[in-house]
Design a protein around this ligand. Structure first.
Ligand code: BV8
Length: 228
């Protein structure tokens, strides 16, 4: 039985791959408040703007590459049973080679029916346009969790935290709930590390490792692999 590691990531782990964090957007995208373009109300009000918001970000994801932090996290699987719980909707962890990734806020590279959330489709191209319909005839939307929508894999993710020997949280401001609350499921016996370049409120009992993901994660991973 390999020791268990949970890696909990937010937008900061993809920042050095060139993808904007939410805080970098300052909560705005082209003068639209994020809550307006990433919400069912925004979708109902102006689906074309919401589709454009995600089409632009999806093109960015497709043009981006995993960075040294994503690659180091994937290497942990050599000696640990690794579960990645990510708030990110990009596929950079998977492209770096990680094999168990729980996207609690969905995946931008998948489309889904607006009428039945269980009908999820791989993307045929990089864009979803008005008039792209699901088999029930409803407008396709990005398979992401919007503000006010239920988060995925929450119970399963909490269980992985509760069973972890180590928890590594990287690049999250812990501002979006209930995902942010997952950090508190780590058991007292677990080694807990929180990586961020900014001095921010670090969860109780987490060791603060100050720096960017690329500056800090590869070194920490090499240490853990050497000790395992
Ligand atoms: C829910 C997918 C139950 C889409 C996202 C009113 C009504 C309904 C709900 C609420 C409400 N008021 C509040 C809520 C709860 C709400 C919430 O938390 N709101 C916030 C704004 C207060 N949550 C929800 O709505 C959730 N659902 O509650 O359901 C329900 C159901 C029905 C009705 C009522 C309730 C669903 C939330 C999911 C939203 N979708 N993403 C998309 O991506 O477009 S959230 C999105 O924002 C991300 O997924 C992520 O979770 C979050 C951003 O957080 P971070 O990833 O942490 O990124 P951020 O930019 O904030 O921070 C980056 C960090 O990285 C910083 O710390 C920075 O220092 C660091 N960093 C920067 N560079 C680097 C770095 N670190 C390392 N290296 C670097 N180079």
């Amino acid at each position: 039985m390999k020791p268990k590691i949970v890696v909990f990531t937010g937008a900061g782990v993809s920042a050095e791959s060139g993808l904007k964090t939410f805080r970098d957007m300052g909560g705005l995208w082209h003068e639209h408040r994020l809550e307006d373009v990433a919400s069912p109300e925004g979708w109902r009000r102006d689906p074309a703007t919401v589709l454009r918001f995600y089409n632009e970000r999806r093109l960015g994801v497709l043009a981006a590459s995993p960075n040294a932090a994503h690659a180091a996290i994937a290497r942990l699987e050599d000696k640990f049973e690794v579960t990645i719980v990510t708030q990110n909707i990009d596929d950079l962890h998977e492209r770096a080679g990680s094999t168990r990734v729980l996207h609690v806020h969905g995946e931008i590279l998948k489309a889904r029916s607006s009428a039945d959330e269980s009908r999820i489709y791989p993307m045929r191209g990089p864009l979803i346009e008005l008039g792209d319909l699901c088999e029930l005839g409803s407008q396709l939307r990005p398979d992401v969790v919007w503000f006010g929508e239920n988060v995925r894999f929450l119970r399963e993710a909490a269980q992985h935290f509760a069973e972890a020997d180590k928890v590594l949280a990287i690049g999250t401001s812990l501002t979006v709930w209930p995902a942010a609350g997952l950090v508190d499921y780590a058991p007292a016996a677990a080694e807990r590390v929180f990586v961020s370049p900014d001095l921010q409120d670090v969860p109780d009992d987490y060791r603060f490792l100050r720096g960017t993901a690329v500056e800090t994660v590869p070194g920490l991973v090499e240490q853990w692999l050497a000790q395992a």
